[in-house]
Structures are given as structure tokens and as C-alpha cells.
Design a protein around this ligand. Structure first.
Ligand code: CTP
Ligand code: MG
Length: 240
């Protein structure tokens, strides 16, 4: 968090962990957030990291509606020192975040949205995105990005159209931090206008709000398939 002037209080920060997906592409017998990784449910890794940030005052987990009590069990087993609530999620990621946002008290200044499917995001990364929206000069939203190292082609089926200048590209990750009021406005107008987005920053972008990129982390991979999970298991065990 930035330096505080006399009489200025740090804004309260909530972290929403989107964990309500079914993990269809992973194809496990459990929802993805509950699949074991390094001996603990995948969601627990994100919970422990979020709770390790001094700035974070509240965590809200969006759970698969059929597995709310199982996710509550994971939260209890993690013995976090940060207050943590579990709510039933919705049919889409966007709905899950919106439902979690409803239990964040209205006086919270910053909300961070993070996917349980990215269990290796570091505490540093949480602090970096929070820092980018904190204070009078903070942005409305902050997104970690990886700049693609490869040459990127626009494709039409198998036909290569053109090469896209990669300096203008960033691959978005979570955690993403937002001024709470702006995130609420962006979700409300998206719900009103029927806009569907794959991340929260996109909802602010289409509303013309100021979103900044901060450096992401190569290790902050998203787990989608069995192959991703096997690689993640090796990382969690500390193997190369
Ligand atoms: N998510 C959510 N609510 C939903 C769908 C997704 O909270 N209705 C969350 C997931 O739990 C995940 C994140 O959004 O942490 C990113 O979604 P994704 O990786 O697509 O996970 P799943 O939707 O579970 O996987 P799949 O698309 O393969 O079913
Ligand atoms: Mg999905």
C-alpha cells in the first residue's frame, strides 16, 4: 500500500476468489477448485496467498452451488487468519463474481478478483495490483499481463493473415484489482446491457474506465486441462 498521509486510512481490501466453475475441460470427478494439488484442494493455494497479504481484510469465495459446504471445509482446514466467506456462484464466471461482490461491505475501497484456476499467483503480485489502484493517483483497475515472447499471427482458419505487432499485446492474468465502486458500476452496467466478459477488467474497458497493466508472472499459469494439472503437480512438489 502507498504511504499514508496523516488522518488518511488505508482502504479496506476484499479478495474475491472465483472458484465456482465445474472444470469441464479438466474432466475430474470434482469441481476444479477442489481437485488436489500438492496434497491440498487447488483453491487452498490461492486462499493462503491472499490471506498472507497484510492489506487484505476479507476473502469471499464463489463456490459451485453443489459444493458450498465442501469449499467451506477447505476454508476451515486452511485455518486462515483473514475472515473468509463462501457464497454459491452463478452459471458464468461473471455471475459468480457479481454474487460474491454482493457480500463485500459497501465501505470497502478495493476489490481484487482472482481465479482459483491460477493457484501459483504470488503475494507480490496481489500487492502489485492493489498498489496500482490505491491512493489518489491510482487507476480504476489493474491487470497483470505477460507480453507474448512469440511472433503473433492473425489467422483465418489455417491461412495466415498478418503479423500483429506484439508490443501492443498483453496476455491477461488474475489477480486483477479494482476500485470497488468502479467494479460495481461495471458489473451493473454489463448485467443491464447483456455484456459477457471472460475477465473483470474487460467490463471496465468497455465502460471506458482507466485500466492499467502491471507485470504478470510466468509461473502464474492457468490450469485448464489434465496436462496443465500434471505440470502444476510437478511445480507444487518442487520438481523441475
Ligand atoms: N468460474 C466461476 N463460476 C463459473 C465458471 C467459472 O467462478 N460459473 C471460475 C472457475 O472456478 C475458475 C475461473 O472462473 O477459477 C476461470 O474459469 P475456467 O478456468 O474456465 O474454469 P471452469 O469454468 O471451471 O473450467 P471449464 O471451462 O473447463 O468448465
Ligand atoms: Mg470455464
Amino acid at each position: 500500500m502507498g504511504e499514508l498521509r496523516d488522518g488518511e486510512r488505508a482502504p479496506a481490501v476484499a479478495v474475491i476468489v472465483a472458484a465456482a466453475g465445474s472444470g469441464e475441460r479438466l474432466g475430474a470427478s470434482l469441481p476444479k477448485a477442489l481437485v488436489p494439488l500438492g496434497g491440498r484442494p487447488m483453491v487452498t493455494l490461492s486462499l493462503v496467498t491472499a490471506a498472507s497479504c497484510d492489506a487484505v481484510d476479507l476473502i469471499v469465495v464463489a463456490a459451485p452451488p453443489s459444493h458450498v459446504s465442501a469449499i467451506r471445509g477447505s476454508v476451515e482446514a486452511a485455518a486462515l487468519h483473514t475472515p473468509t466467506e463462501v457464497v454459491g456462484g452463478g452459471a458464468s464466471r461473471q455471475d459468480s463474481v457479481r454474487l460474491a461482490l454482493e457480500v463485500v461491505p459497501s465501505d470497502f475501497g478495493i476489490v481484487v478478483c482472482h481465479d482459483a484456476a491460477r493457484p501459483f499467483a504470488s503475494r507480490d503480485l496481489f500487492e502489485r495490483v492493489i498498489g496500482a489502484v490505491d491512493g489518489p493517483d491510482g487507476a480504476d483497475g489493474a491487470v497483470p499481463v505477460i507480453r507474448p515472447p512469440d511472433t503473433v499471427k492473425q489467422l483465418d482458419g489455417d491461412a495466415v493473415g498478418r503479423t500483429i505487432p506484439r508490443e501492443s499485446l498483453g496476455l491477461a492474468q488474475t489477480p486483477q484489482a479494482f476500485r470497488a465502486g468502479r467494479l460495481r458500476e461495471a458489473h451493473a452496467s454489463a448485467a443491464r446491457d447483456g455484456i459477457e466478459a471472460t475477465d473483470d477488467a474487460m467490463l471496465l474497458e468497455v465502460a471506458g474506465m482507466a485500466v492499467v497493466a502491471v507485470p504478470g508472472e510466468a509461473a502464474n499459469v492457468k490450469i485448464t486441462t489434465q496436462e496443465d494439472l500434471e505440470r502444476a503437480e510437478r511445480i507444487a512438489e518442487g520438481a523441475p
